[in-house]
Each structure stands twice: as C-alpha cells, then as structure tokens.
Design a protein. Structure first.
Length: 187
C-alpha cells in the first residue's frame, strides 16, 4: 500500500467533513422522513463518499473493481433518493453530493448521482382531488420536458400555470428537491 500525498488525504477529509456538516445542518427538513429511508440515504451517501475517496488515489489495477462498487452503491442510492424526493425532499437536499465531488467521479457513476441545477422554465400547477384529500403538484416545463418540483418546507401559495420561474435545487431523474427560497417567479 502506498502513502497518499497529504494534500489528497486532507482534501478527502475536508470533503467528508463538509458532507457531515451539510447532513447535520439540513436535518430539520428531514424530520418527517421515514426513519428507514432516511438512514438508508445517509448510509449510502457515506458509503459512496468513502468509495470515492478510495477510488481517486487507487492504482489503475484497483480502479476497475472500485468503479464497479461505486456504480453499485450509486444505483442503490439513486433508487432510494427517487422515492425519498417525493415524500421527504429535505432529506434529498441534506444528503446531496456536492457538484465538485460528483464531477470527480467516473462518468458511469456521475450518471447515477443527483446534480445541483439552476433552471428556468414555465410553471405547471395541477390539483389532484380524491375522496377526502386534495394535493397540489408543481412542475417546471424546461425545453419541452416536465420536471416535478418537490418543496422541503413550505410550498408556494401564489404560483399559477404558465408563470415564468427560475429554480435551484437537487435533481434526481425528472424530479427536483428544493426550498421556496430557492425560487423566483414572474409573469
């Protein structure tokens, strides 16, 4: 086993500390997440980060095996986050991988990891009425594609279909986790 330069080890430690701080600071949004999904998302995030820390300095002969492990963990994590974004978007915000870390992962893994986005489009508001319940669904139409918006905390009360909006959040598939403060709307 070869020694890693202190700068690399220090950078990996800084990223892990940053992830831990983000996980802790956004915990309030995740309070309503089912405990099992929340724990699974957190554990898979930590596993992915640990594998990524091993992958970067690994010798070429070890990278292939680590890349397979990274891909496997990222695929499981993506499934968990795809479900969690619908019920607990704050939890997705809490465990989101930083952009610079995602960008340093192998391309096959990057495709399985959520991304931080800033998008402009038109709002779509739909109301679902059922027996004894009513729900409001928010979407953003960007380049002909509908993205589902899931708000951590308060959802907007004054949005109308066809309003222009700019949103910042974490995209998992065609779903975006965000907070109301990460949006601006206009006519």
């Amino acid at each position: 086993m070869r020694a890693h330069p202190p700068t690399h080890s220090r950078r990996v430690l800084e990223v892990l500390v940053a992830i831990t701080l983000v996980l802790n600071s956004l915990g309030a949004f995740a309070a309503s997440a089912p405990q099992a999904n929340r724990a699974s998302a957190e554990q898979l995030t930590l596993s992915l980060m640990a594998l990524h820390g091993q992958y970067k300095p690994a010798p070429p002969e070890a990278k292939a095996a680590l890349a397979l492990q990274l891909r496997s963990v990222a695929a499981k994590r993506q499934q968990v986050l795809s479900t969690l974004v619908q019920t607990s978007p704050g939890e997705v915000l809490r465990v989101a991988i930083p952009t610079e870390v995602r960008g340093a992962m192998p391309a096959a893994v990057q495709n399985l990891v959520e991304q931080h986005v800033k998008l402009q489009g038109k709002v779509e508001v739909a109301i679902e009425d059922g027996r004894g319940y009513s729900r409001i669904h928010y979407g953003l139409i960007v380049a002909g594609q509908r993205l589902e918006l899931h708000f951590a905390g308060n959802a907007p009360t004054n949005w109308l279909t066809d309003m222009k909006a700019q949103v910042s959040g974490v995209q998992v598939g065609n779903q975006i986790a965000l907070t109301l403060s990460d949006t601006t709307v206009g006519e």
